[in-house]
Design a protein around this ligand. Structure first.
Ligand code: FES
Length: 139
């Protein structure tokens, strides 16, 4: 093997290693796993001090991995509170009755659908049932 053949062989091997590393890393960055479904079933007493924000339109609380909010039209909504992009907590945004993650700007509708990325998966929507002052939240 002469010098030129040796350098060509080394160059190709190095290129393959770099390419394989890049492809592996790129795949890890671009593929976000789908979030695991949350299983919840809890009831909030709206008269409890901890739940007081829910008495006001636009108010919201967090409980058991869920964000529960009262929309500006007085409807109770609830979704999983963990952003599907990189796991930060979402906030309720009363101006559009949706949810926002301030980490990278993802927004979600009142049902948890993605309205702006980088998140690609929706927030899991929960069922809410109001009976008197008791608000039941179920997955
Ligand atoms: S973690 Fe929510 S947008 Fe990135």
């Amino acid at each position: 093997m002469d010098r030129k053949e040796f350098l060509t062989l080394i160059g190709m091997s190095t290129g393959r290693i770099v390419l394989a590393s890049c492809l592996g890393a790129c795949n890890q960055q671009s593929v976000t796993p789908a979030p695991s479904p949350l299983t919840v079933d809890f009831t909030l007493n709206l008269n409890d001090a901890a739940n007081a924000p829910l008495k006001n339109k636009g108010g919201f609380i967090y409980n058991q991995g869920v964000i529960v909010a009262q929309t500006t039209s007085g409807i109770y909504i609830a979704v999983a509170s963990t952003c599907t992009h990189q796991g930060q907590s979402v906030n309720f945004q009363s101006s559009n009755n949706g949810f926002i993650c301030y980490a990278h700007g993802s927004t979600f509708s009142s049902t948890g659908a993605v309205t702006n990325g980088p998140a690609t998966y929706p927030l899991q929507q929960m069922k809410t049932t109001l009976t008197g002052t008791m608000l039941r939240v179920q997955s």
